[in-house]
Design a protein around this ligand. Structure first.
Ligand code: AMP
Length: 185
């Protein structure tokens, strides 16, 4: 049986990782690229330092690491894989299309969590997740997200693999709506 892959994207403060973390679906693997990078950034290694620098200045991390990790996860023993925070640009989107072609997986859909900028800013301001939660960084991260977003969305719309959900609603409702989409595919 082919594994189903769901990509979840959203602006900084959209709540994508928190929502995905609370989905209770059997045989599901959730993997947050941002969380992975934050963990590596905390390590006192050369790679950690490179990644930390990118996160602290609000830029994306070079593609190679994500490629290796994603290839690894595509081989895991589960029915559903959710990757959140990916793709961040067209290079990653195309890299992913190539990877999936050679795997025993199928892309079900890319889900975008849409959230108003003011709401996203409120969330970023109220949490304390670490190195990339500085308020001053929010605007830069948002600009970068918007710059790449439209092209990514078009790419998946053309494949009939795009859907959005309203991320301004209560956390439980967003989680439940996301879960419904996943279980309906
Ligand atoms: P996030 O938690 O998704 O907002 O990601 C936090 C930070 O991790 C981003 O600002 C980037 O520096 C890095 N990051 C997350 N996802 C990716 C990705 N797909 N490619 C490159 N860098 C990423």
């Amino acid at each position: 049986m082919q594994k189903k892959i769901f990509l979840v994207i959203g602006s900084p403060g959209s709540g994508k990782t928190s929502v995905c973390n609370t989905l209770e679906i059997p045989k599901l693997l959730h993997f947050s690229i941002g969380e992975m990078y934050r963990n590596i950034a905390e390590k006192n290694t050369r790679l950690g330092a490179i990644i930390k620098h990118k996160i602290v200045i609000g830029q994306i991390v070079p593609i190679d690491i994500a490629k290796e990790v994603i290839s690894h996860f595509l081989k895991s023993n589960c029915d559903i894989i959710i990757i959140d925070g990916f793709p961040r640009d067209m290079k990653q989107a195309k890299m992913f299309s190539n990877l999936i072609e050679k795997s025993n997986c199928v892309l079900s859909i890319l889900i975008e969590i849409l959230v108003d900028e003011t709401k996203a800013f409120e969330r970023i301001s109220s949490r304390n997740r670490g190195i990339d939660d500085r308020k001053e960084l929010f605007k830069d991260r948002l600009v970068l997200f918007k710059k790449e977003r439209n092209e990514i969305i078009d790419y998946y719309i053309k494949q009939n693999k795009y859907i959005s959900i309203n991320g301004n609603l209560d956390f439980e409702i967003v989680t439940s709506n996301l879960k419904k989409i996943i279980l309906s595919k």
